[in-house]
Design a binder for this molecule. Sequence first.
Ligand code: PNS
Length: 161
Amino acid sequence: MTRRAIYPGTFDPLTNGHLDIISRAATLFDEVIVALLVNPGKNPMFSVPERVEILNEVLKPKLPQVSIETFEGLLVEYCRQRQVNAIIRGVRSVKDYEYELPMVLMNRKLNPDVETVLLIASEENSYISSSLIKEVYSLGGAIEGLVPSLVIERMNLYRDR
Ligand code: PNS
């Protein structure tokens, strides 16, 4: 039986921390679906198509067992549609654990057949977050080595729009 997992998130932008978790998930599962939440409520740096393109360009050459999809609405409903019973989430700290725990329990309440697998990011990626990357970049700080180089290229390209 093919073991499949969904790694959900907003990926605005994709960071080396995300890549760390995706690589670890790819060692545990035959197929990993990176599922980008379409959330019109947020004011993202990159549009959904731009984020999908970045994810595809960065992940496809390295990890052929990883696919990129988008979803709206409840994550557990999307899991049901895709017939996947494992959700991957990355944890960098106790603070992340406290953020994730209610979501794990709520998702379990909504669908007891779906299990959440919490993966620990490596130490060198443990302080990287999309929101910090955006803040540091917007204030002129260096983000090399924290996100894929394609992300920096695209951030530079879209800086003045
Ligand atoms: O990258 P993020 O912002 O940490 O991802 C959060 C995400 C997308 C995993 C979470 O917001 C989510 O699952 N949203 C879908 C709506 C949903 O199912 N909400 C109930 C979760 S308990």
